[in-house]
Design a protein around this ligand. Sequence first.
Ligand SMILES: Cc1ncc(COP(=O)(O)O)c(C=O)c1O
Length: 326
Amino acid sequence: MPVISVPHEFNEEGLYVDLQPVVGHSLFLKCEGFNFAGSIKLKAATEMVEAAERDGLLTPGWSILVESSSGNLGVALSMLAASKGYGFLCVTDSRCTLAARRLMEALGSRVHVIAKPDADDDLLGARIRYVRALCASDERYVWLDQYINAGNWRAHYRTTAPTIAHHFPALDVLFVGAGTTGTLMGCARYFRQCHRPVTIVAVDSTGSATFGGTPGRRMIPGLGTSVRPPLLDESLVTEVIHVEETDTIRTCHRLARSGFLFGGSTGTVVSGAMRWLEEHDASAPTAVAIAPDLGERYLDTIYQATWLHEIYGENVLNSDQLTAGF
Ligand SMILES: Cc1ncc(COP(=O)(O)O)c(C=O)c1O
């Protein structure tokens, strides 16, 4: 019986969904959404905050954490800041879900939404510029910067990857979504350094520039970037798969119709994994994919008919996928 006194003491590390009946391939989905922050970002947030505390950068009751986040890291930092007595300001943009914004505010954080990109810049660039200006204006602000902070990947090197290795000693292939690439790099580095012959498949959204190419429209938060993430070391990645957002949506709804309501990036990762497994079916590998969060944060977007039709058109889903099937 776990009894905790601070919220980040609890995280369910050992839960997998056997997706064989849903996707028709052997695939185990590691669920990272069962903690008080509701996502895998709790791990990166905890590692980065604790490193900053060890470095003497944070003073309870005085320091204000500031971070550019599209949602989940912001929620995790809000939770940690509330628990540890720091302030937290999240700088986000219009892609942040209303649910994530409300969560942060409920936890006592402030949220600044950048609504428009600068003239020659994208939204992420505008967010970063705002954070820099804030830190220059007031010494109470501390920017952990998830895009360059080694704690971001180290969290997964120390927790996510060894847990998967322990649960699946015969693991052949691991599917990991790429956002900041913290999860991807932590897992890939762990399996490479342990000399385990695991195929590491990075799953990214079409329109992301993480692995090269021109950035395009992406509406689902979590995965993808408009500039190459500084944490990324491509030599550690075996393969990269890009997934169209319409496939992400269809996979999310397919999982939901089996009773599993996951977030958008899980739809992307599972969609990419299904494609890869179809191409490698004969080898019947032991395959694990990582599900970064759950679906409740996306009820007004991915799971909402009007939003879907406005963004992706009327035919993104069959009508029976959107309405009750009886
Ligand atoms: C829902 C979701 N999926 C995936 C990711 C990507 O994780 P990472 O930043 O470790 O690449 C994030 C990051 O914020 C996320 O919020």
